[in-house]
Design a protein around this ligand. Structure first.
Ligand code: DAH
Length: 371
């Protein structure tokens, strides 16, 4: 039998207690049989509807009909009853929501898992790591520095004269709004990894052997062989009595290790503000074996010369050491060599890729070939 509200005849404490308990029990039983939205609505309306819901009826039949001296007591009990009923109704809602979300979250453990493809090293990163490894085996440690650099580290301390073309806005990407600062403090995107030479020499005393991989930027429009963002690998060795012979021996060994023992190296005079003397180092073309030809065709990567330019290098200019003299780099006591190469260019050559942009536009069909 469904619960109905009847008039209270007896307003004694025990009689009221019993009526309240009967009412709560009835409500709880009805709540347990609510299974869907439609049933929930009927249940709520039956108990809560303002017009003729059970709580309204209780108000009318129990409170209004109460004798004066029982009115206060009856009011308290009816209020308590309302609070209990409201809780039960809310509970009916919550437990329904619970079961609905539990159903939605149910895991079917018989289904196979989601396959998450394992990524692979990007060819430029792979090339960088391989080259870094070659130098680590020679006792070099890895040093890194910031990509947003000051004019001081990128240029001044590397002995760039004030109007050297590499400072030109054509090449260097400057951070905007720096005009009020002194020139040496102005921020820019480093155009090479060489500033890490100075930064490391400020922190570590000689002897020093470091290899510096990193991202650099220049204001170059992207094409098959240029990108405004590219990667370099830099090296620096400082000790007493380091000679150009050490430079040649180290780099020749490193190239044989990296490209294969049959490659030869060739050093040709060049200029960099931070090295003196400076050189460009070539390796014999590892594609045509140095002949300049592939069968009857000209060898394109070496432009038929049999040689490929790989890096810039030289003996650290004493003017550079002057900037870190106080940390043990007095040019009268120490000497060193440095080198820098483009990791992207080496990756292009190594993998026979003819467009630098392929490395950077994120096409997985291209990148997957290197995994
Ligand atoms: N920083 C030079 C560049 O970006 C490359 C370079 C040349 C680095 C000679 C060196 C070096 O350390 O000795 O063009």
């Amino acid at each position: 039998m469904a619960y109905t509200v009847s008039k209270l005849k007896d307003y004694s404490a025990s009689a009221m207690e019993k009526s309240v308990a009967d009412c709560i029990r009835a409500c709880a039983i009805e709540a347990a049989s609510v299974h869907n939205d439609a049933e929930l609505k009927i249940f709520r309306d039956r108990w809560m509807a303002r017009k003729n819901g059970i709580l309204t009826q209780i108000n009318d039949l129990w409170l209004k009909g109460a004798p004066k001296d029982a009115k206060r007591e009856a009011g308290i009990r009816v209020n308590e009853l309302k609070a209990r009923i409201q809780k039960i109704i809310e509970g009916a809602k919550v437990s329904r929501a619970d079961s609905a979300s539990a159903a939605a979250e149910r895991v079917d453990i018989s289904l196979p898992g989601i396959r998450r493809p394992i990524g692979a090293e990007h060819p430029v990163v792979k090339t960088t790591n391989e080259m870094v490894r070659v130098f680590q085996k020679l006792g070099y440690s890895v040093a890194e520095g910031p990509v947003v650099e000051t004019d001081y580290y990128n240029f001044e301390s590397l002995n760039f004269p004030p109007n050297h073309p590499a400072r030109d806005t054509q090449d260097t990407l400057f951070i905007a709004g720096q005009q009020s600062k002194p020139q040496r403090e102005r921020l820019l995107l480093r155009t090479h990894t060489s500033p890490v030479q100075i930064r490391t020499m400020e922190k570590r005393r000689p002897p020093l052997r470091i290899v510096i991989p990193g991202v650099v930027h220049r204001n170059d429009p992207p094409d098959a062989s240029h990108s405004p963002m590219f990667h370099q690998i830099e090296g620096l060795a400082v000790d007493t009595n380091i000679t150009f012979g050490d430079l040649k021996g180290t780099l020749d060994h490193a190239m044989k290790e990296f490209f294969g023992s049959s490659v030869k190296t060739s050093f040709r005079p060049s200029f960099f503000p931070f090295t003196e003397p400076s050189a460009e180092m070539y390796v014999s073309c590892f594609i045509c074996g140095g002949s300049g030809r592939r069968g009857n065709d000209p060898c394109r990567p070496c432009k038929q010369t049999g040689w490929i330019e790989i890096l810039g290098c030289g003996m650290v200019d004493p003017n550079v050491f002057e900037f870190v003299k106080d940390n043990g780099y007095d040019p009268r006591n120490v000497s060193g060599f440095a080198f820098g190469m483009g990791a992207d260019r080496i990756a292009l050559l190594k993998y026979g890729v003819d467009d630098l942009q392929l490395f950077f536009n994120g096409d997985v069909r291209f990148l997957r070939q290197f995994s």
